[in-house]
Design a protein around this ligand. Structure first.
Ligand SMILES: NC(=O)c1ccc[n+]([C@@H]2O[C@H](COP(=O)([O-])OP(=O)(O)OC[C@H]3O[C@@H](n4cnc5c(N)ncnc54)[C@H](OP(=O)(O)O)[C@@H]3O)[C@@H](O)[C@H]2O)c1
Length: 258
């Protein structure tokens, strides 16, 4: 069986993925900022928990090298994320730094550590959780959207750069998932109607939001897909509809449609 290294596995999509892969017999390296708080994943014999904060380069180096001394890793799953919502002009320096540092630089730092290892073994898969807002611009997503667009771009670039070395690069694209994901939001005066419209478009049925377990199933399909060359996996009914609508209409017509 294979081994997956998960970044951001303390809750939501990351934890559901850790559990699913463990139940499928994989070895799971579940990394998180506060391993001492974990009580659920500790019950699996094939889950190994390590500390990893994507904003701490030294800790990333230490954890990745310790893990690679003990395990042969097949899949890196970058999933850590920090969310915010704000009027663009109100974003604070602190919020911008935190978002960039976690969502974009964090993903880059961890991925950098795995590339030489995957190149040496001439195989490996780098899967990253992006977002629907990394595929299309919507109002008030600020630096979070910028980070997710950038992460999508980094992944597409790496898809080409790493293909000659037998390394696959894939993204999982969720829309709205029922997790505890916090979008730190400031007051957004003047945007009530627009927010209401966007919310209705993204969540027409709030009782039936996609669950992290459903996303984990799509992550499992992406990782085990026979189509090694496919990069993008959109998850969730509404997210797929919007993504496909953009493909069908083209960028300009889609912006007018939104
Ligand atoms: N939920 C949605 O609607 C949605 C939609 C689109 C995309 N996404 C993306 O899905 C991914 C997972 O989010 P989720 O919905 O499952 O929410 P979540 O339960 O809040 O998970 C976020 C994870 O990221 C971790 N994290 C945050 N900052 C970190 C850092 N500096 N270093 C390491 N780990 C860090 C959190 O760990 P702590 O417990 O330590 O905070 C947590 O495990 C994120 O990348 C998010 O952007 C979510």
């Amino acid at each position: 069986m294979s081994t997956i290294f998960i970044v951001g596995s303390s809750s939501g999509i990351g934890k559901a993925t850790a559990k699913l892969f463990a139940e499928k017999g994989w070895t799971v390296i579940a990394t998180m900022r506060s391993p001492e708080k974990e009580t659920e994943l500790t019950s699996y014999q094939n889950v190994f928990i390590y500390p990893l904060d994507v904003t701490k380069p030294e800790q990333i180096s230490k954890t990745v090298s310790t893990v690679l001394e003990k395990h042969e890793v097949d899949v890196l799953f970058n999933n850590a994320g920090y969310g915010m919502k704000s009027r663009f002009e109100d974003m604070t320096e602190e919020t911008m730094q935190k978002s960039l540092n976690t969502n974009l630089l964090g993903m880059i730092r961890v991925t950098q550590k795995f590339i030489p290892y995957f190149k040496k073994k001439k195989s490996g898969l780098i899967l990253t959780t992006t977002s629907l807002v990394g595929e299309m611009g919507l109002a008030l997503d600020g630096i979070y959207a910028a980070d997710k667009w950038a992460v999508t771009g980094v992944c597409e670039m790496l898809y080409h750069e790493l293909a000659p070395f037998g390394i696959q690069v894939k993204i999982i694209v969720p829309g709205v998932v029922k997790t505890g994901f916090k979008m730190e939001a400031s007051a957004m005066p003047g945007f009530d109607q627009l927010l209401k419209n966007q919310t209705e478009m993204l969540m027409p049925d709030t009782d039936n939001l996609e669950s992290p377990e459903e996303v984990a199933q799509d992550i499992y399909k992406a990782v085990t897909d026979n189509d090694r060359d496919r990069m993008c996996y959109v998850t969730g009914k509404i997210t797929k509809e919007l993504y496909e609508k953009r493909q069908e209409l083209g960028d300009e017509a889609f912006r007018k449609y939104i």
